[in-house]
Design a protein around this ligand. Structure first.
Ligand SMILES: CC(C)(COP(=O)(O)OP(=O)(O)OC[C@H]1O[C@@H](n2cnc3c(N)ncnc32)[C@H](O)[C@@H]1OP(=O)(O)O)[C@@H](O)C(=O)NCCC(=O)NCCS
Length: 146
């Protein structure tokens, strides 16, 4: 069976990343290609996920962003491999959060749900969002590390 390769993305991967994210109406606002890890099988990008540093009101933290697996490849462990690879590079003293519409997946990966109000303390776009009360995104924090 062809091996799944997890690798860092670079600028030449931009079209593939955009194509993958557009499947789920995700965009790359505030993200660079270099923020992504990609999952590749038979030289095709089948998944990707980004990790970025944020700083809001003096609070520094990491955010797992824009994870997506090709629709035909979902449910085969690719998302889990991407998250595990990102977690393996997690600095021990940094908190990692995710805002997501797939909280069950992240709970399986060792994240715990937090109250929705935490979002407005970490992201300006949440603090200023007119849809905050009806937001479909759950916030979770990785329970491993510190
Ligand atoms: C969420 C997503 C990245 C998961 O990737 P995946 O490769 O399908 O997930 P995996 O096969 O690695 O699943 C790992 C575990 O999580 C579970 N899981 C995966 N997606 C799930 C979901 N949406 N809800 C509940 N459980 C889920 C799997 O059943 C599996 O559990 P198991 O270990 O008990 O068998 C993928 O489904 C996807 O691209 N979804 C659309 C885009 C999206 O919603 N991204 C999140 C925006 S932040």
């Amino acid at each position: 069976m062809p091996e799944l390769i997890i690798r860092k993305a670079d600028k030449k991967d931009l079209p593939e990343i955009q194509k993958l994210l557009s499947t789920y109406f995700l965009d790359m606002e505030g993200l660079e290609c270099e923020d992504f890890l990609l999952a590749e099988k038979e030289a095709r990008v089948v998944g990707g996920a980004a990790m970025i540093s944020n700083n809001y009101k003096g609070v520094e933290f990491l955010e797992l962003h824009s994870i997506a697996v090709h629709p035909n490849r979902r449910g085969k462990g690719i998302g889990a491999r991407l998250v595990e690879a990102l977690l393996s590079n997690l600095p021990p003293d940094r908190k990692l959060y995710v805002r997501t519409t797939s909280p069950r997946f992240f709970e399986k990966m060792g994240f715990g749900k937090l109250p929705a109000a935490v979002k407005s303390g970490l992201w300006e776009d949440c603090a200023n969002c007119e849809h905050f009360k009806n937001c479909g995104q759950t916030i979770l924090r990785y329970k491993g590390g510190n």
